[in-house]
Write a protein that binds this ligand. Structure first.
Ligand code: PLP
Length: 429
C-alpha cells in the first residue's frame, strides 16, 4: 500500500489485506519457530538473500512482518525490524554501524535506561558515546572525529520536554556521512522524524504504539533516505566485506531489494547473532494497539494541553513544564517538529519540594503510580524519590528534576475525571 495515505488509514491497512488461504481479515498469530521450504533451491535462495522469505522466527515471522511493514509505512520509511524491547532497538540501532573503537554523539537528554546503556554497557563493548547539549546543534558537529558513526537523540525527552532540533542536527550529520537516529517513543504520529532529515527511527512500542500496557517491544525503522555507499569510509560496517555473511558488502548486497541496506544488515547479523527477536504474540498485540494510535494520540494531546493549562492556575504549583507553555524559542522548536499536539507527557513542580511531591503521589486515587509512560491510562511518578534517586542532587537538577517535580503521562480518560483526581491530590499536599 502506498504510504501517501493518512496515518489513520495506514495503521489499519498497511502490509495486510487478508489471509490468502482462510480469508482471515485479522492478522493471524503465526506462533511457529520454523517454515517448510518448497525445495532445496528455495532454501538456498533464501539463505543467499537472493529472495526474502521465512527461514526461522528469530529472523522473521509473518505476523511480525505485518507490524514491520505498518510502522515503516507510518514513518514514511523503507523497511523496519521488530525486536524484543525498546532497549534492544536502541542498542541494535547503534551496534549495527558502530564497532569497538568507534563513537556515537548523543544528546544528554535521554531516557535513563538509554543513558545507562550508552554510558556503561556500550563503553564496556568499546563503543564510546559522547554526550552533548541538545540545545546547541553545533555541539554535535564539534564532537565528531573520524570514527563517529551516528548521532542519537529523543524527539520529546522527559523530564525537560524540550523538543529536539531534528532538522538542524540531521543536516550537520548528512554533511559528514553521519546518520541521525531518533527515538520517537514519546511522539508517534505527531512527529515523523524522517521528514525532518533523520535516517533511522527507533521506538519502544511498549508505550504509545501499543497503548494497552500489556507487552514489551521495540522497532527500528530504516528511512531508506541515507546514502550509505556515498558515506564511504565513514560507514565501514555497511561498506566493507562482512566476513559473517560470505564477505557481503551490505550497501551493495541490498541494492536489488531496495534502499534497505541498514535494516537488512541488522536483521541478518544482529538478530541472527544476538537473537533479540519480538515474539509473534507481542507483534499481534502491537498491531491491535497501533490501529488506534492516531486517535489515541489526539486524545492524549488534547487532555495533556488541558491539564497543563489547569495546573498553571493552581496554588502550590510553582511551574508547569509542557512544550506549548514554554518560552517563544522552545515553543517554536516544538511547533517546527510536532504536528497535531504537544504530546502527553508533562511535568510540574510543587513549591513544597520533595515531601509535597511524595504526598501528592500518595494521594492519587485514579492515576497509577508507575515507572512507565504512554499507557492509555494516566500515570504519575515523583522522579526525585524514584527514577532519578540514584543521581546526586546536582545531577538531578542538571537533568531537569527538582525535588518537587512530578511527571505525568496523561491518558485518554475523560478530562473531568483526570482533573478531579489531580485536584483532590493537590489538596492533600
Ligand atoms: N526509549 C524511551 C524514550 C523510553 O521511555 C523507554 C522506556 O521507558 C525506552 C526507550 C526503553 O523501552 P523498553 O522499556 O521497551 O525497553
Amino acid at each position: 500500500m502506498s504510504d501517501s495515505k493518512n496515518p489513520e488509514t495506514i495503521v489499519l491497512h498497511a502490509g495486510w489485506r487478508s489471509d490468502p488461504t482462510t480469508g482471515s481479515v485479522a492478522v493471524p498469530i503465526h506462533q511457529t519457530t520454523s517454515y517448510q521450504f518448497n525445495s532445496t533451491d528455495h532454501a538456498a535462495s533464501l539463505f543467499a538473500l537472493a529472495e526474502l522469505g521465512n527461514i526461522y522466527t528469530r529472523l522473521q515471522n509473518p505476523t511480525t512482518d505485518v507490524l514491520e511493514q505498518r510502522i515503516a509505512a507510518l514513518e514514511g520509511g523503507a523497511a523496519a525490524l521488530a525486536v524484543a524491547s525498546g532497549q534492544t532497538a536502541s542498542a541494535y540501532a547503534l551496534q549495527n554501524i558502530a564497532r569497538a573503537g568507534d563513537n556515537i554523539v548523543s544528546s544528554t537528554d535521554l531516557y535513563g535506561g538509554t543513558w545507562n546503556l550508552f554510558a556503561n554497557t556500550m563503553k564496556d563493548m568499546g563503543i564510546e558515546v559522547r554526550f552533548v547539549d541538545p540545545d546547541n546543534p553545533q555541539s554535535f558537529a564539534d564532537a565528531i572525529d573520524e570514527r563517529t558513526r551516528a548521532f542519537y537523540a529523543e524527539t520529546l525527552p522527559n523530564p525537560k520536554l524540550q523538543v529536539f532540533p531534528i532538522a538542524e542536527v540531521a543536516a550537520i550529520g548528512r554533511e559528514h556521512g553521519i546518520p541521525l537516529i531518533m527515538d520517537n517513543t514519546a511522539a508517534p504520529v505527531i512527529c515523523r522524524p524522517l521528514e525532518h532529515g533523520a535516517a533511522i527511527v527507533v521506538y519502544s512500542s511498549t508505550k504509545y504504539l501499543g497503548g494497552h500496557g500489556t507487552s514489551i517491544g521495540g522497532l527500528i525503522v530504516d528511512g531508506g533516505n541515507f546514502d550509505w555507499e556515498a558515506a564511504g569510509d565513514r560507514q565501514p560496517a555497511l561498506n566493507t566485506p562482512d566476513p559473517s555473511y560470505h564477505g557481503a558488502v551490505w550497501s551493495e548486497a541490498a541494492k536489488p531489494l531496495g534502499p534497505i541496506a541498514y535494516i537488512l544488515k541488522a536483521r541478518t547479523t544482529l538478530l541472527r547473532d544476538l537473537g533479540g527477536a519480538m515474539s509473534p504474540f507481542n507483534a499481534f498485540m502491537f498491531l491491535q494497539g497501533m490501529e488506534t494510535v492516531p486517535l489515541r494520540m489526539r486524545a492524549h494531546c488534547e487532555n495533556a494541553q488541558k491539564v497543563a493549562e489547569w495546573l498553571s492556575g493552581q496554588s502550590g504549583v510553582s511551574k508547569v513544564i509542557y512544550p506549548s507553555l514554554m518560552d517563544a524559542p522552545m515553543k517554536a522548536r516544538a511547533e517546527a517538529v510536532l504536528n497535531g499536539g504537544y504530546g502527553a507527557l508533562l511535568g510540574f513542580e510543587l513549591a513544597g519540594g520533595a515531601e509535597a511531591g511524595q504526598r501528592f503521589i500518595d494521594a492519587l486515587q485514579m492515576l497509577y503510580h508507575v515507572a512507565n509512560i504512554g499507557d492509555a491510562r494516566s500515570l504519575a511518578i515523583h522522579p526525585a524519590s524514584t527514577t532519578h534517586s540514584q543521581l546526586s542532587a546536582e545531577d538531578q537538577l542538571a537533568s531537569g528534576v527538582t525535588p518537587g517535580y512530578v511527571r505525568l503521562s496523561i491518558g485518554i480518560e475523560h478530562i473531568d475525571d483526570i482533573l478531579a483526581d489531580l485536584g483532590q491530590a493537590l489538596k492533600a499536599v
